[in-house]
Design a protein around this ligand. Structure first.
Ligand code: ADP
Ligand code: MG
Length: 657
């Protein structure tokens, strides 16, 4: 039958700078199941080095180590972690309990890395009962005495029912009374059939064992079995040994991930102030981006609203070429629009909401002894709403007035200023091109559009303008309101085709042109783009700065918790487990920071809209993006510290002071 543990000529050498320390120089040893072995010797004789190799916390430089006949040298790091988790339980001189968890969580910690489902509180409490701590289950390690802490560590070592318990100076930090209690527990475990391998330099502690190995300078000096029963319990076979152990079961299936998240938040909350300060960069960045995006969106929306009132869906169809202003290209090059054209265009129902013909001309307007040359526009009924020309003072034309060629006029504010000064023009009679008109309204002020004064206008009914004032039989142009902005291009081409058909114009004949407001819209979208770019770079900078803060704190955290990492590896954590633990922690921090930032940003934008009266719109996309980017920052900047943690060797991490 294969021995349980078998060492053949094992060497272990440490390099300290230039010098080498030969901790083990050829150790050969077999240990059978059910033995209680004490390894004795002076300090520095290699006891711990031997135990670490036996416990798979370290590997030999030379020589062979077989566990149930499996050569350890051929096992991967993760497989060894699996064996540690399934087969071994560790008890250290320094207890190595995690201070921020209560003792139940400490005891069940090995289960996290076992690949088994469940919360295992029951098992943990049961083991705590075995070591006599059932009264203290909601205590944290700091609230316990040294002896009690070591009993918690033993409960943790037992929680997965290991075959072997490795104990390195388990009573080294305890007084005689507590030492005795701990040794009684170990003795009891041996009586139940556990294999116990214990390092000690005290003879009275070693006296509990059935076999005592003495070491000096890295070799075994003596190996003595006590008379009487050698193996307290003879256990046959390889009960429970599974080399692959925790490498089975995916991360998501076995609930390990949830455990990691819970632990990450425990760790973050253990250092509340520090965690908060380190996410401050991300918090402020996200908050300002959310608030500014909300402002930007609000500004965009109100600009669009304004644009809409100006008629952003408006098409202007004019006779004559767009390219050569005014100058027509030979005879018949100017299309002559009639009301029939307007009706045809208006009947393109799905595309066109409204169509209105206009006629333009020069007007000379006289009031009293003042006169003024201005632009005369003859309009239809719908022009008022389409072009946002409905008077704020006075009224718009009625349909009858337009039909019956009434002599009523609406004048722009420039005209009001020139002719009336401060007196009220409503109801006054003016002469337009020597015909008497009654002023019924003042057109809303529009300001300048380029060099053009949009308020220097006189608006009269289109029929009055054509037949009474200007003597024109054709319209100068047609305004079309498109049903929605997305239909503008289609409407343009459809109207263009319609006009070409009606007026029998060839494809390349440009005796008319259709313009839309895309120029203004383009300007608007380029402003928005500049703004987004600016916001984007602020976000990027703040996330990078915040991310560096996170990386810094994670590096500190990894260093601070080196021994914790060592312990976790000892009880079976694999590289990826450690890596994930720290990644989850950094992502947890950045996402929480991002979340607070989002709330703060929304708060700021609400305050702005409330007190400053600005339009703000918080788009869900900005919230989703902020969350995603904070998470990415956590992953990106957490990766290096997490890798650093994962690469640590269990022994070195455990030794770290
Ligand atoms: P013991 O447990 O018997 O006191 P150790 O096995 O811990 O002895 O150490 C044996 C020798 O190896 C000592 O000289 C010690 O200084 C050295 N040693 C142990 N671990 C390391 C290490 N990680 N790096 C360098 N030297 C070490
Ligand atoms: Mg030692």
């Amino acid at each position: 039958m294969k021995s349980m543990l078998e060492l053949v000529d094992v060497h272990r050498t440490y390099l300290i700078g230039e010098s080498t320390v030969h901790a083990l120089r050829g150790v050969s040893l077999t240990i059978e199941q059910g033995e209680f072995v004490a390894i004795m010797g002076a300090s520095g004789s290699g006891k711990s080095s031997l135990l670490q190799i036996l416990g798979l916390l370290d590997n030999p430089d030379k020589g062979e180590y077989r566990i149930f006949g499996n050569n350890v040298n051929t096992m991967s790091e993760d497989e060894q972690a699996g064996v540690r988790n399934n087969v071994a339980g560790f008890v250290f001189q320094q207890f190595h309990l995690l201070k921020r968890m209560d003792i139940v969580d400490n005891v069940r910690l090995p289960y996290i890395y076992s690949g088994l489902k469940g919360n295992f509180r029951k098992e943990a409490i049961e083991r705590l009962k075995m070591v006599g701590l059932e009264q203290r289950i909601d205590h944290t390690p700091n609230q316990l005495s040294g002896g009690e802490q070591q009993r918690v560590a033993i409960a943790r070592a037992l929680v997965r029912d290991p075959l072997i318990i490795f104990a390195d100076e388990p009573t080294g930090n305890l007084d005689t009374k507590n030492s005795g209690e701990i040794m009684k527990i170990l003795q009891g475990l041996h009586a139940e059939g556990k294999t116990i391998i214990m390092v000690t330099h005290e003879t009275d502690i070693a006296a509990y064992a059935r076999r005592v190995i003495t070491m000096r300078d890295g070799v075994i000096l003596t190996d003595e079995r006590k008379p009487g029963i050698q193996h307290a319990v003879r256990v046959s076979g390889q009960s429970g040994f599974d080399i692959h152990g925790s490498t089975k079961g995916s991360l998501w299936q076995d609930g390990r991930f949830i455990g990691f998240i819970a632990q990450a938040f425990q760790a973050i909350l253990a250092n509340k102030m520090r965690s908060f300060l380190s996410v401050l960069g991300i918090l402020v960045g996200v908050a300002s981006v959310i608030a500014m995006m909300a402002l930007g969106e609000g500004a965009k929306a109100s600009m669009q609203e304004q644009l809409k009132s100006m008629g952003s869906n408006m098409l202007s169809i004019r006779a004559g070429s767009a390219k050569i202003r005014g100058a027509s290209q030979g005879a018949g090059a100017v299309a002559r629009f009639t009301f029939a054209d307007v009706e045809e265009i208006a009947s393109l129902h799905t595309l066109v909401k409204n169509a209105s013909g206009v006629v333009n001309g020069a007007g000379r307007i006289v009031f009293g002894n003042k006169n003024w040359s201005t632009n005369l526009t003859g309009v239809g009924y719908d022009y008022g709403t389409m072009r946002a020309a409905l008077p704020t003072v006075g009224r718009w034309f009625t349909r009858e007035e337009i039909q019956t060629r009434e002599k009523v006029a609406i004048i722009g504010v420039t005209v009001v200023k020139e002719l009336f000064g401060t007196t009220n023009p409503l109801g006054k009679t003016v002469k337009i091109n020597r015909i008497n008109f009654t002023v019924i309204g003042i057109a809303p002020a529009k300001g300048f559009s380029g060099p053009q004064d949009e308020d220097d206008v006189v608006i009269i009914p289109v029929n009055t303008a054509m037949y009474r004032v200007l003597g024109k039989t054709y319209l100068s142009g047609i305004f079309v309101e498109v049903a929605s902005p997305s239909l503008i291009e289609k409407t343009k081409s459809d109207i263009s085709a319609l006009i070409r058909k009606r007026h029998r114009l060839k494809e390349d004949d440009d005796s008319f042109n259709i313009r839309d407001m895309t120029e203004i819209q383009q300007m608007l979208s380029s402003t928005t783009q500049t703004m987004s770019l600016l916001l984007g770079s602020i976000a990027a900078i703040s996330l990078v700065v915040g991310g560096i803060g996170i990386m810094n704190i994670m590096l500190v955290s990894v260093t601070e918790r080196t021994r914790e990492i060592g312990l976790r590896k000892a009880i079976g954590a694999r590289k990826n487990d450690i890596m994930l633990q720290f990644l989850v922690e950094s992502v947890g921090m950045t996402v929480s920071g991002g979340f607070i930032g989002i709330v703060l940003g929304i708060g700021i934008s609400l305050i702005l809209s409330f007190f400053a009266g600005w339009t703000v719109i918080t788009s869900p996309i900005s919230v989703v993006l902020a969350t995603a980017f904070s998470a990415l920052t956590g992953i990106f900047f957490g990766l290096w510290p997490a890798r650093k943690a994962a690469e640590l060797k269990p022994v070195e991490a455990l030794r770290y002071e």
